[in-house]
Design a protein around this ligand. Structure first.
Ligand code: 3PG
Ligand code: MG
Length: 404
C-alpha cells in the first residue's frame, strides 16, 4: 500500500492560521469525572505541535452518543479542563460547536492559542446519513478555520461531517496520532512476524465477524474469551446457562471452527470459566465460582475465563512474535472477574515482538489494571477503527485524506 497522505508539514507555515483539528476525546466519564484519560493524552502531541507552530488551534471532538442536540450529560467541558492540564496551557471552551460562542472563541485566539468546541454530536448534521445535511454542517465547521488536521484515529471509520466532509472543504493533513496508528496496523496486515496470535474478547461475536473473517487466514492462532465466547461454546455443543449468547451467530461460529481447522489455524477457547448467578452490580457481593466450560450450570452466567484457561492463553502467547488483542476476557471492572484480562495483558507485556492492544475497553483495561503502558508495543486509541482497519475495509476518514 503506497501512502499518499500528507502530514502536517504539507500545510506550510501555520503561524496565525486557524487550524481545525478533529481529535478523539471520547473518554469514559463517571458523572463529570474522567475515569480514563488515555485518549486525551494521546491527542496532546499533535495539538502541542500545532500550537508551537503558532497556529490558532480549534479542536473538535465528540463525547458519547447524544441524539443530535445539546445534552449536558455529554458536555466536553470536563475534557477541556483535563486537556488544559495535560497541555500545560489554557484551553478556551466554546459552549456550542458552530454558533456564536464558537465564533467568538475562535476570534479570541492568539497565535498558538487552543480552543475546544462543545460536543460536535450536539449537531444533527454531524452523523446524518444524508450527504447534503452533513455537508451543510461541514460548511459551518470549515468556516471556523483555514486548514484541517485529522487526528482522531478512533473515529476515522465514521463517515461523519467532522471526520470526512470537512476534509473535502479545507486544505487537509493527517495528524501524527493517526499516522502512527496506521503505521502499526499496517505491520499487522503486511508480513507480520510469526507466530501471529490474535486474542479477541468483548461481548459480541457480531462485532467481530469481519475481523475474524479476515484474520482466519492471516493469524496462526486465535484465542477467544469475553462474552462472545459463549456463542462459540454453545456452537461446540455445550450448555452455557444464562451467559451472553447470540443465537443468530451459532452457525457462523460453527463455520469459523471448521474453517480454522481446515486452514490449520489453532482456535483456543477457555476450558474453564468463572461464573456467578447474577451480573455484578453495586449492591451485591460477587459470588464467583470456577466451573469447567462444558459444565456451566443452568442458573449461572460466565463472567471471566477460568484460571486453567488463563494459563493456557498465556502459554499460547509465549512464543508469539506478533499479537493483536481486542476486547477484555471478562468483566474486568470487577476484581472478581478481572483475572483473565489481567493474565492476557501480563502475557502481552512479555511478548518478544510486536504487541498491539486494540483500543476501547482493552486499552482502558490495561491502564485500570495498573500495567505500565510502555510494556506494550502499541496501545491503540481506536477500538472499532482498528478492527475495521484489520478487516481490510477502507476507512472514510483516511481515504478522504489521500491525495493523488
Ligand atoms: C469510540 O469510542 O470507539 C470512538 O470514539 C468512536 O465513537 P462511536 O463508536 O460512538 O462512533
Ligand atoms: Mg465504539
Amino acid at each position: 500500500m503506497v501512502d499518499h497522505t500528507a502530514g502536517i508539514e504539507s500545510l506550510g507555515d501555520l503561524r496565525g492560521r486557524r487550524v481545525l483539528v478533529r481529535s478523539d476525546l471520547n473518554v469514559p466519564l463517571d458523572g463529570t469525572s474522567i475515569t480514563d484519560d488515555g485518549r486525551i493524552r494521546a491527542s496532546v502531541p499533535t495539538l502541542r505541535q500545532l500550537s508551537d507552530a503558532g497556529a490558532r488551534v480549534v479542536v473538535t471532538a465528540h463525547l458519547g452518543r447524544p441524539d443530535g442536540s445539546p445534552d449536558p450529560r455529554y458536555s466536553l467541558r470536563p475534557v477541556a479542563e483535563r486537556l488544559s492540564e495535560l497541555l500545560g496551557r489554557p484551553v478556551a471552551f466554546a459552549t456550542d460547536t458552530v454558533g456564536a460562542s464558537a465564533s467568538e472563541t475562535v476570534e479570541g485566539l492568539a497565535d498558538g492559542g487552543v480552543a475546544l468546541l462543545e460536543n460536535v454530536r450536539f449537531n444533527a448534521g454531524e452523523t446524518s446519513k444524508d450527504d447534503a445535511a452533513r455537508g451543510a454542517f461541514a460548511d459551518e465547521l470549515a468556516a471556523l478555520a483555514d486548514a484541517f488536521v485529522s487526528d482522531g484515529f478512533g473515529v476515522v471509520h465514521r463517515k461523519q461531517a467532522s471526520v470526512y466532509d470537512v476534509a473535502q472543504r479545507l486544505p487537509s493533513a493527517m495528524g501524527g496520532l493517526v499516522a502512527a496508528e496506521v503505521d502499526v496496523l499496517r505491520r499487522l496486515t503486511e508480513h507480520p512476524d510469526r507466530p501471529y496470535v490474535v486474542v479477541l474478547g468483548g461481548s459480541k461475536v457480531s462485532d467481530k465477524l469481519g475481523v475474524i473473517d479476515n484474520l482466519i487466514d492471516k493469524a496462526d492462532r486465535l484465542l477467544i474469551g469475553g462474552g462472545m465466547v459463549f456463542t462459540f461454546l454453545k456452537a461446540q455443543g455445550h450448555e452455557v446457562g444464562r451467559s451472553l449468547l447470540e443465537d443468530d451467530q451459532l452457525d457462523t461460529c460453527t463455520r469459523y471452527l471448521t474453517e480454522a481447522a481446515d486452514r490449520g489455524v489453532e482456535i483456543v477457547l477457555p476450558t474453564d470459566v468463572v461464573v456467578d448467578t447474577a451480573f455484578p452490580s453495586g449492591d451485591r457481593e460477587p459470588q464467583p465460582r470456577v466451573v469447567p466450560a462444558s459444565e456451566i450450570p443452568a442458573d449461572a452466567l460466565g463472567l471471566d475465563i477460568g484460571p486453567k484457561s488463563s494459563a493456557a492463553f498465556a502459554a499460547a502467547l509465549a512464543d508469539a512474535r506478533t499479537v493483536f488483542w481486542n476486547g477484555p476476557m471478562g468483566v474486568f471492572e470487577v476484581e472478581a472477574f478481572a483475572e483473565g484480562t489481567r493474565a492476557v495483558a501480563e502475557a502481552l507485556t512479555k511478548v518478544d515482538g510486536l504487541s498491539v492492544v486494540g483500543g476501547g475497553d482493552s486499552a482502558a483495561a490495561v491502564r485500570q489494571l495498573g500495567f505500565d503502558e510502555a510494556a506494550f508495543g502499541h496501545i491503540s486509541t481506536g477500538g472499532g477503527a482498528s478492527l475495521e482497519f484489520l478487516e481490510g475495509k477502507q476507512l472514510p476518514g483516511i481515504a478522504v485524506l489521500e491525495k493523488d
